[in-house]
Design a protein around this ligand. Structure first.
Ligand SMILES: [Zn+2]
Length: 249
């Protein structure tokens, strides 16, 4: 039943896109009345759900997993990734869930990111994106690593930092890439997190017109600190780090 519902959905999609693309003549040539077929499919789909009654096991399984995750989220007092991934109901195990050694960044991957970043740097960012980047409501999730590097670079350019401090673009690019290289691929304190924090700092800078209120060096320090703030973070939480300090320190 579930599969036939999927098939109906797929057919629906097909006709929808045929409509959108203006393929009506082809349908007509084949003797189809697309509108009527769509209606029929919708009616069939409704029937499938009504007759089927209960949800398929796979959907129920996903639902219960979401529920379980939601409960876990709500019970974690401090939003630590250790808490999210481990069962902390019987106390913290203080074992790292993240094996840094096993997830060393691969140099070939880094080289490709650097190449793409430099290639993209040659293209002018649109004014629309530059203005959007200045907003605290900027959506961070849709950008990949090279794009985030380009956007960080644009922040320095648009704050006038390159001209004010006589920094050459290739120097900034090398530095940004080293920053990227030194964020570990851990679940939370990774390069995406670096970008998010820096972007929020950048958004607030424009929101409160900071460049006209503090010295240029202060703006440079703020944005640079935001970018560097979690460099080489190992992905463990404070409890783990403190308990594993060598005894003689
Ligand atoms: Zn952080």
């Amino acid at each position: 039943m579930f599969c036939s519902s999927l098939r109906i959905k797929a057919l629906n999609e097909l006709f929808y896109w045929a409509h959108k693309r203006g393929d009506q003549p082809i349908a007509e040539q084949l003797g189809f009345d697309v509108g009527a077929i769509e209606k029929r499919l919708q009616a069939l789909e409704k029937r499938v759900f009504i007759e089927n009654g209960e949800l398929p096991t796979s959907v129920c399984d996903i639902q219960s997993r979401v529920e379980e995750f939601k409960n876990k989220l709500q019970s974690v007092e401090h939003l630590s990734w250790l808490g999210l991934f481990k069962d902390i109901s019987s106390g913290t195990s203080l074992q790292p869930f993240w094996d840094k050694k096993a997830l060393q960044r691969n140099s070939d991957h880094d080289r490709k990111i650097r190449e793409k970043y430099l290639r993209m740097s040659q293209v002018q960012i649109t004014d629309e994106v530059r203005q959007y980047l200045r907003k605290p409501t900027f959506d961070n999730w849709q950008w990949d690593d090279p794009e985030m590097l380009v956007l960080l670079q644009q922040m320095y350019i648009d704050l006038g930092i390159l001209t004010k401090f006589n920094i050459e673009l290739p120097v900034l690019q090398n530095w940004l890439f080293e920053i990227y290289r030194n964020y570990n691929p851990v679940p939370f304190h990774n390069f995406k997190h670096c970008f998010m924090v820096a972007q929020m700092m950048y958004g607030l800078t424009w929101l409160i017109d900071l460049p006209n209120k503090v010295d240029d060096i202060d703006v440079l320090i703020l944005i640079t600190s935001a970018i560097c703030h979690d460099l080489d973070h190992p992905g463990y939480n404070n409890a783990y780090q403190v308990s594993y300090l060598p005894l003689n320190t």
